[in-house]
Ligand binder design. Structure first.
Ligand SMILES: C[S@@+](CC[C@H](N)C(=O)[O-])C[C@H]1O[C@@H](n2cnc3c(N)ncnc32)[C@H](O)[C@@H]1O
Length: 393
């Protein structure tokens, strides 16, 4: 079929043109904007083929782009499709096999070692936190993660009935956690931020650390110092409304999103300011925070199931860059902790340099570790994150 051959050729050309400077989803959107000849079905199929290729990371580097696209499509599909069948009729029977069996099959097809394929999907195995299972984490990149919703307190019944009325299939994971397929357009159905927040499962599990914060005060002073659009602040507010909330980030444009989101979430009383926290000369707020939430900038390596092009393009030296940035930020920020104040350190990274080693730096600064945890989402179609709660003693 000519159309299949066109799609494969287009995907292959786009993959060779993409240099990893911006996220692939944004890059391909721009490309299609400039090249109007592609219809919506073509755009969808070509993007999908590119993502299938990227999900294999640095594995199958020598088999050629077309073959790697087809192998990626085979490994990420649960049933045979006409496109795959057209190019690989003898793979049809195998599409229903388990991922492990399919990896074995592909290794045989290309005369490669199955272990090497797995090691090369996520090729930073030596940098991983000890608690992560390297093969399971690596192969998880072949599965598209889900979208998770955190239903805000009191909206549980309303959100479920709205989803049911719109005939949207969802899984109930916990009292306040639902998941939907990444293809679903949820914002047409529920009032985002008011009724529910789009928030990854592991990010939601960070709330389990809030219960360990013991402040004998009516109003808790909280500083969400790398707040972005305020996901962690909204979650803390839902846990405890008696807070005096301060938020900051490096740029005003980022905080503009936060103001919008807080409005929708009903958070009206808070202080906000911009600050470069990596600058040792930065003027910090007064030293009176009972809790500082430091959801620091990081490699994002626990979220590459959503941006699989990073498996091919992430420069290894950036791990050290982020680690230094995190050390500079946290060294600065802890100065604003009140006596006995808590410090919640969070990343969406799987690298020990950004996680356990960062916690060691904080302990060297005199903070006492209460709990640290790798929040492994790779077995739950979710992101993998890391959180550590420390206290100034
Ligand atoms: C992982 S995101 C925070 C996500 C957010 N807490 C949430 O739950 O949605 C990290 C944030 O740190 C900010 N950031 C990066 N470098 C910074 C710096 N030097 N000083 C302050 N904030 C910085 C980024 O702009 C980004 O918004």
């Amino acid at each position: 079929m000519k159309i299949f051959e066109h799609h494969l050729r287009n995907a292959s050309e786009l993959i060779s043109q993409y240099k990893g400077t911006i996220p692939f989803s944004a890059w391909i959107k721009n490309y299609f904007k400039e090249h109007k000849k592609f219809g919506s079905k073509d755009r969808k199929q070509i993007s999908h083929l590119c993502f299938c290729y990227f999900r294999l990371g640095k594995a199958l580097a020598k088999v050629g782009v077309d073959e790697k696209i087809l192998a990626g499509l085979f490994l990420t599909s649960n049933s045979s499709n006409d496109f795959l069948h057209y190019f690989k009729p003898n793979w049809k029977e195998q599409t229903i096999l388990s991922l492990e069996e399919k990896l074995h099959f592909i290794a045989n097809e290309f005369h490669l070692s199955e272990k090497n394929i797995i090691d090369e999907i996520f090729s930073w195995q030596d940098e991983l936190c000890a608690s992560i299972d390297p093969p399971a984490f690596s192969t998880s990149h072949l599965i598209q993660p889900d979208v998770f919703l955190r239903v805000r307190p009191g909206n549980e019944t309303k959100v479920a009935s709205k989803l049911n009325a719109a005939e949207i299939t969802f899984n109930t994971i916990g009292q306040n956690t639902l998941s939907v397929s990444s293809a679903v357009k949820i914002d047409d159905v529920i009032e985002l931020n008011k009724e529910a927040v789009i928030q990854d499962l592991s990010s939601q599990i960070v709330a389990s650390f809030f219960g360990e914060i013991n402040v004998a005060k009516k109003v808790v002073n909280v500083w969400d110092c790398c707040a972005a659009s305020g996901g962690k602040s909204i979650m803390f507010y839902d846990f405890n409304k008696n807070i005096n909330l301060t938020v900051s980030d490096i740029r005003n444009s980022i905080l503009a999103n936060l103001h919008e989101r807080f409005k929708e979430a009903g958070i009206t009383k808070y202080q906000s300011f911009t600050i470069d926290l990596s600058n040792p000369q930065a003027k910090l707020p007064a030293k009176n925070f009972d809790l500082i939430i430091a959801d620091v900038p990081c490699s994002g390596s626990g979220t590459w199931g959503r941006t699989p092009e990073q498996l091919s393009f992430f420069p290894t030296e950036k791990i050290d860059h982020y680690s230094r940035l995190q050390t500079n930020i946290t060294a600065n920020v802890v100065e604003a902790l009140a006596d006995s104040g808590y410090f919640l350190y969070i990343t969406c990274s799987v690298f020990k340099k950004e996680n356990e080693e960062a916690v060691k730096h904080l302990e060297e600064k005199g903070l006492k570790l209460i709990r640290k945890q790798t929040l492994s989402g790779y077995d739950k179609k979710a992101d993998t994150m890391f959180a550590a709660l420390l206290r100034k003693v």
